[in-house]
Design a protein around this ligand. Structure first.
Ligand code: 13P
Ligand code: SF4
Length: 347
């Protein structure tokens, strides 16, 4: 039963003490987050893993790229586990290293050494390594503005992987006109741009989040019509059109802080993942909160981590087995860490 699973998890947590660390991303289900030692957004969790020297076992309740990042940032005697290997990220899957190498060759041929690559942490370790090797850095939605500015202090142009929306929204916010942004299409190995290529400042990878793309212009217009007093706040993985119609946009942490600091009685429509929106609804009964899209928008891969998988992972650790260990090879790790450190130094 559920109660038996919960008490087994508690027992194992107690027995392993500080040897065990369970970070949980804000998009995880309540049944999982209740056992997390810390919950946070992707930047906070990466920092907490990097700072934790005591835990031998890190059971990452989040998605694959986050567990890879935790492995890269921890030492060799610390093992990182993902309770369900199917917990991937559809956005991270939209850029593979072979496509990236081909894109880079073509772009360097066209623009010479004028480009610095940036990758959203929602990407594979191989892409982080590619970015680290080529003088670039990772970004998260909490520090994207600072990192894009940093990149422009290095070189004239940036290549932003793999989320076109976070790239476009961030570059737009720091004053880059949309007309100076091009799209790299990794399926056809082609740069889509209508003007003079010399004017391009930002090259956006044609990737997106299948969860945040579900918040539409129509949803936004519907909320405006039905609830004129409602403030709309969205994650920057939403499209430019949706972000420009919203009152505010920001990372997972930014959204949480906005709701926590809001006055009692205020009304909010939130454009981000369902588990987080539901948790905010439950923890703020004094505010009227809805999802910007009435069908709520769960991240199906985040949701693959559930109570049975968490228990199974913990039991296997206790039994001395090494199941679902996420291990990034040394060569990749060595370059990926450069990209992550350039971000963490500034985060
Ligand atoms: P945060 O960086 O806001 O945690 O977002 C991670 C993510 O996967 C958003 O979809
Ligand atoms: Fe990936 Fe989107 Fe899920 Fe975040 S919400 S983990 S970007 S698919």
């Amino acid at each position: 039963t559920r109660e038996q699973m919960e008490s087994r998890i508690l027992e194992i947590k107690q027995r392993l003490g500080e040897k065990l660390f369970i970070p949980g991303h804000h998009y995880q289900k309540n049944e999982v987050i209740q056992f997390a030692d810390v919950s946070g957004d992707s930047l906070q969790l990466a920092q907490l893993c990097a700072d934790n020297e005591k835990a031998e076992h890190i059971v990452f309740c989040g998605v694959h790229f986050m567990a890879e990042t935790a492995d890269i940032l921890t030492s060799d005697n610390q093992k990182v586990y993902l309770p369900d290997m199917r917990a991937g990220c559809s956005m991270a899957d939209m850029a593979d290293i072979f496509q990236t190498d081909r894109a880079w060759d073509a772009l360097v041929e066209q623009f010479g050494e004028t480009i610095v690559p940036l990758t959203y942490v929602n990407s594979t370790a191989a892409i982080k390594a590619f970015v680290g090797k080529n003088g670039g850095a990772t970004v998260t939605s909490s520090n994207a503005h600072a990192m894009v500015k940093w990149a422009f202090a290095q070189k004239e142009r940036i290549l932003f992987l793999p989320d076109q929306h976070l790239g476009r929204n961030t570059a737009f916010d720091i004053g880059i006109p949309l007309e100076q942004m091009a799209i790299w299409d990794p399926i056809n190995d082609k740069l889509d741009y209508e003007g003079n290529p010399e004017d391009i400042l930002v090259i956006l990878w044609k990737g997106h989040c299948s969860v945040h793309e579900n918040f539409t212009v129509k949803n936004t217009a519907d909320v405006r019509e039905q609830y004129p007093a409602m403030r709309i706040i969205v994650h920057p993985e939403c499209s430019r059109e949706v972000v420009s119609m919203a009152d505010d946009s920001g990372s997972t942490k930014y959204i949480i802080d906005a709701i926590e600091n809001a006055v009692s009685g205020s009304q909010w429509a939130i454009g981000t993942e369902m588990n987080l929106v539901n948790r905010l609804i439950q923890s703020h009964p004094d505010k009227q909160i809805i999802s910007l899209n009435p069908s709520m928008c769960p991240c199906l891969t985040m949701n693959r981590i559930d109570l049975p998988h968490l228990l199974w992972s913990l039991e296997s650790i206790e039994g001395g087995e090494e199941v679902n260990v996420i291990k990034v090879d040394k060569e990749t790790s060595k370059d990926a860490v450069k990209a992550l450190e350039r971000m963490l130094e500034r985060a």
